[in-house]
Design a protein around this ligand. Structure first.
Ligand code: MG
Length: 615
């Protein structure tokens, strides 16, 4: 199918929007008329710009409150329509989108609506144009696409068809039955696709603020496109997204998200789609930190407190490796490297994640398919010679073959001869929390969902002392790689402090698993731990009636607790180093959660510590 985007979906002036759409690879655009009216130039100028960019202007939209009006509005509407047809000639587009009427003057008469649309379609025919009729979910008498179809069917004019918009259909709870069983392909003038999170609210507000690209929300847009595909539809799918965050983000970035969404829809609905792919990401091989060249940092103190020490050194670069259990942490202090650039902008921080994949070629093919820059065999001085793709913020994801018998450190690193056995029993990376700007939240989750084929959970609210942190989990198919994504719209919550400190999205939290959290916590020591208030343990006792001795030990070591039918969960946190903090956790039984009931305690404790130490 062909790709299009309505100019209302992205930010900027109309020429900026067209340039962003073309750069992302869209083949067509719908011109949202307000964008054109605001433009300080002619429709012919826009036609020329689009032509230069190789973009087809597939429609002008929207034309409102047309059908079934009494005089004098009816005559005025036909005059207005003729003016828009003149504009369409200048713009070089053949389709006009008509939204169902919301006017208080509207006459509730389908016959009149059909007759007016027939008359307009006949004028359109003489001009060489088509008109499409779309049911707005808040249309006064035509709100369901089935009702719009009844009117189009009754009018029965070859230059009149229906506009299908997935948002309006699903916001009204419409099924796909009428599309599947009744609407012929040649009566579909245009298909608009939009998704949205599952929310209950007044539908006009829902539409104007919460739409998002298909795959980013919860509506069954995939099933909608599958239905069209099964019917043989092979024309444009056009994004029509009204979203506050999209309009406050760079147009180029959102346009890339938009094209990724259409690629994903195509993939998900193609005959070859295989939803049980077992070939994606299977584990985290290492986490790479960017550090200053010649100085220690708070991060090193924290890592040392957790029993990490340098076990390997790079053969030629200022790069070292810390190993404990199955955990590999790479510390990159090499000048003139990607890591150093990352450090210059963000300070001491995680600059890359290395993930193991079951099919390396397929992973890179997917990155290319989804317009994601990759770095193959282009390692500059100081960079690990491992191919990578551009990931969240300024970070990279290295991809390694999980079938390889050679580990990354076998080639590039040599073990230090004098290795102290200083681990504290940490076993593996349990999860890696990334914090992103609220404008990048949908985009980040969709990056993992589309490129890396992770599953994404719905949003979860975590109350912070100074606002709300919203979280959702991205998880690999084999459940071994778990990346909670966090954001806040408020100005002082934990996620915002991190973004301010590190100047951009990145890894804020790393959780390590162990088998004996009491030993690990004792080894870390209270000076590096996040202190938990006594009140928490009083409440814990009230909730779970734990053994007094166990409760006392938890309190002594700032360990928090959760339990469900699947098992138990013990966890504690370190203090922060340049906004980054660590979690030590112990899972018992089949507990798969993250101690969410304790998140507000942790967030409050972090705020308190921040106030004490940094303000
Ligand atoms: Mg629409």
């Amino acid at each position: 199918m062909k790709s299009s985007i309505a100019t209302v979906s992205i930010s900027g002036t109309l020429p900026e929007k067209l340039q962003a759409a073309a750069a992302a690879g869209f083949q067509g655009v719908e011109i949202f008329e307000n964008d054109l009216t605001q433009f300080n130039g002619s429709a012919a100028d826009i036609r020329a710009i689009a032509k230069d960019l190789n973009l087809e202007i597939i429609a002008l939209q929207p034309f409102r409150d047309f059908e079934a009006m009494p005089e004098p509005f009816r005559s005025q509407n036909f005059y207005r329509a003729r003016k828009k047809f003149e504009l369409m000639h200048e713009l070089g587009t053949r389709k006009l989108l008509i939204c169902s009427n919301v006017s208080p003057h509207l006459i509730n008469d389908k016959n009149r609506a059909a007759a007016d649309l027939y008359e307009l379609a006949d004028i359109a025919r003489q001009e060489g144009f088509d008109i499409g009729y779309e049911a707005l979910a808040w249309g006064r008498y035509t709100a369901d696409y089935g009702d719009a179809w009844d009117i189009v069917k009754q009018a029965d004019h070859p230059n009149l068809g229906i506009i299908l918009d997935s948002f309006h259909m699903f916001a009204r709870g419409n099924t796909l039955d009428i599309l599947r069983d009744e609407i012929p392909l040649d009566k579909i003038t245009l298909v608009q696709v939009a998704d949205a999170p599952a929310l209950q609210m007044e539908v006009l507000h829902y539409s104007r603020h919460y739409r998002c690209f298909p795959g980013q929300g919860d509506l069954p847009v995939k099933e909608f496109v599958q239905c069209l595909r099964d019917k043989g539809y092979n024309d444009y799918l056009s994004h029509e997204i009204f979203n506050d965050e999209f309009r406050s983000s760079p147009a180029a970035e959102k346009a890339i998200d938009g094209i990724r969404s259409l690629i994903w829809l195509d993939e998900q609905t193609s005959k070859h789609a295989d939803s049980d792919v077992d070939e994606g990401v299977t584990g985290v091989e290492f986490i790479e930190f960017a550090l200053p060249e010649n100085s220690d940092s708070n991060l090193l103190e924290l890592l040392n407190a957790m029993g990490f020490s340098e076990t390997h050194t790079h053969r030629s670069k200022n790069v070292t490796l810390m190993q404990q259990g199955d955990i590999n942490l790479v510390l990159n202090r090499e000048p003139s490297s990607q890591a150093h650039e990352h450090f210059e902008t963000h300070g001491t921080s995680v600059c890359a994640l290395a993930m193991k994949t079951h099919n390396l070629k397929r992973s890179f093919d997917r990155a290319k398919q989804y317009h994601c820059p990759s770095f193959m065999n282009q390692a500059g001085p100081g960079e690990l010679n491992i191919p990578a793709i551009k990931a969240i913020g300024d970070s990279l994801i290295y991809l390694l073959d999980d079938q390889s018998k050679v580990r990354f450190y076998d080639v590039d690193f040599k073990p230090l001869t004098d290795q102290p056995d200083s681990g504290i029993g940490l076993k593996a990376i349990d999860h890696i929390g990334q914090t992103v700007a609220h404008t990048d939240f949908l985009s980040a989750a969709f990056f993992y969902k589309s490129l890396l084929e992770f599953d994404i959970t719905p949003n979860q609210d975590l109350p912070d002392v100074y606002g709300l942190v919203v979280s959702r989990l991205a998880m690999s198919k084999n459940k071994k790689v778990r990346i909670p994504l966090n954001m806040t719209s408020t100005s002082h919550a934990s996620a915002r402090r991190f973004l301010d400190k590190t100047k951009g999205s990145g890894v804020q939290q790393i959780a390590f698993s162990c088998d004996d959290i009491f030993t690990a916590a004792a080894a870390i020591g209270s000076q590096f731990q996040l202190p938990i208030p006594d009140n928490y343990y009083l409440d814990l006792d009230a909730r779970f009636a734990l053994e007094p001795e166990l409760l006392a030990r938890m309190k002594q070591h700032n360990i928090m607790y959760d339990r469900n039918e699947q098992g138990e969960f013990f966890h504690c946190y370190t203090r922060e180093a340049n906004g980054v903090f660590f979690e030590i956790l112990q899972r018992e039984g089949d507990y798969q959660q993250y101690g969410e009931p304790n998140a507000h305690i942790r967030l409050a404790a972090q705020s308190r510590l921040y106030k004490e130490t940094e303000q």
